[in-house]
Design a protein around this ligand. Structure first.
Ligand code: ADP
Ligand code: MG
Length: 398
């Protein structure tokens, strides 16, 4: 297991804590539009400030492709963080170089330094050694609390901790890894639900869970691919043709435990009179119809299947939930998950859109854990490893 904050030396007073955070937040007209990720970093920052350490924060924002881009500056995050943390937050650009180094050394008790977007420099995603070396000079020890980027081997995630000792996981990363790790040996019955649209990314994970789970509920565009793999007409529905063989192999590995929708909500654009929305049985989907949600019968079956389960993992919405006409399936699963939690079950939600759906349902605080990083969660669950986590182990100095 990676080192945690509790493995750091007891006396951190005056020491610069170089912290990789995930402040990849949505911006709107130069303001932070959703501060969830900033809030998620507060426990670690407070833990460090209580010990009088001097936090120096590194993060990326968006995909500036190695060039400075004012629209993707972390500057607006500095003031949002200052408000949430109730501390003075200084800002320095660029994230490497003389100014950043001076600012890190001049930090006073209680102050935090946020550095400019790491991806303004081409060396970040290339995990450039020289950049990692320059960044490593900005701290006396390293903390990674950016769960959402642990699956990336970048300068700020793997390059720095390879050079800066000690290096530890922050409280958010610790909590995420614990929650996902618990699914390795889940309480039973263990039910998983898969949906969403990014099937190619998830089918490997699904293969693993087919071996481990007692029941697998499938919805969303994922279900369309499975239906098509069984030879069912899916009309104009979103189907991943390239994944049909994989879907067949998953079905043959665990058909008796896999549940597919028996009815779906379709939009029919074939008639000249514009769109019509209907609930149809899956064997009645016509060429002009696109399945955009699971139907009421399937909703009921899935909610019933979840009743009384001891552990539940959910990745991917059951339909195009952004449109209220196709949100009922996703909402039903969100409510069932809250019910499982309320009756003592352990529930984990992974995936950015799934998290957005549970937030929209107002049930964020009614499940055991919502992952802050979809890609990282999927990689950890599939392989049990994350590059950014693997470097946070005890190392002797050369
Ligand atoms: P997550 O981010 O939770 O891992 P994905 O990114 O895989 O989930 O998929 C989420 C997206 O899938 C949502 O935007 C949703 O609208 C879309 N989606 C779900 N079901 C369907 C469907 N039947 N047809 C088209 N899009 C769908
Ligand atoms: Mg997504």
């Amino acid at each position: 297991m990676a080192r945690t904050l509790r493995d750091l030396p007891a006396d951190l007073a005056g020491k610069r804590a170089l912290v990789r955070v995930d402040y990849n937040v949505p911006l709107d007209a130069g303001q932070v539009a959703d501060a969830t990720r900033i809030e998620a970093s507060l426990p670690t920052l407070r833990w460090l400030l209580r010990r009088d350490a001097r936090p120096v924060l590194l993060s990326h924002l968006g995909r500036p492709a190695g060039r400075p881009n004012p629209a993707l500056s972390l500057k607006p995050v500095a003031s949002a963080l200052a408000d949430l943390l109730g501390s003075e937050v200084l800002f320095s650009a660029p994230c490497d170089g003389k100014d950043a180094l001076r600012a890190s050394r001049e930090l006073r008790s209680g102050q935090v330094l946020l550095l400019e977007n790491t991806r303004f420099l081409p060396g970040e995603t290339a995990n450039d050694e020289a950049l990692a070396g320059r960044l490593a000079r900005l701290g006396d020890f390293f903390v990674n609390d950016a769960f959402g980027t642990l699956h990336r081997a970048h300068a700020s995630t793997t390059g720095v901790p390879a050079r800066l000792n000690p290096a530890a996981a922050g409280l958010l990363v610790e909590r995420e890894v614990e929650a996902l790790g618990a699914l390795d040996r889940p309480r039973r019955p263990f039910v998983v639900a898969f949906g969403g649209a990014k099937i190619a990314d998830k089918i490997e994970l699904m293969r693993r869970f087919v071996e481990r789970a007692d029941l697998i509920l499938v919805g969303g565009a994922m279900a369309n691919t499975f239906l098509r793999a069984q030879g069912i007409e899916t009309g104009a529905s979103l189907v991943e043709e390239a994944a049909l063989d994989l879907a067949r192999s998953i079905l043959s590995a665990g058909e008796e435990r896999i549940r597919l929708p028996t009815d779906v909500i379709v939009v029919d654009r074939s008639s000249g009179a514009g769109e019509s929305v209907a609930d149809v049985r899956v064997d009645a989907i016509e060429p002009g119809m696109a399945a955009l949600d699971i139907g009421p019968e399937s909703r009921g079956r899935y909610a019933e299947a979840l009743r009384g389960c001891a552990a539940f993992f959910w990745n991917g919405p059951m339909g195009l939930f952004e449109d209220p006409r196709f949100a009922a399936g996703t909402l039903a699963i969100a409510e069932a998950a809250a019910e499982v939690t309320a009756t003592g079950g352990f529930t984990v939600i992974g995936g950015g859109d799934s998290a957005a759906a549970i937030r929209r349902a107002g049930l964020l605080d009614h499940v055991s854990h919502v992952c802050t990083g979809g890609g990282a969660a999927l990689e950890y669950l599939s392989s049990g490893r994350l590059p950014g986590l693997d470097v946070l182990v005890e190392r002797r100095r050369p």
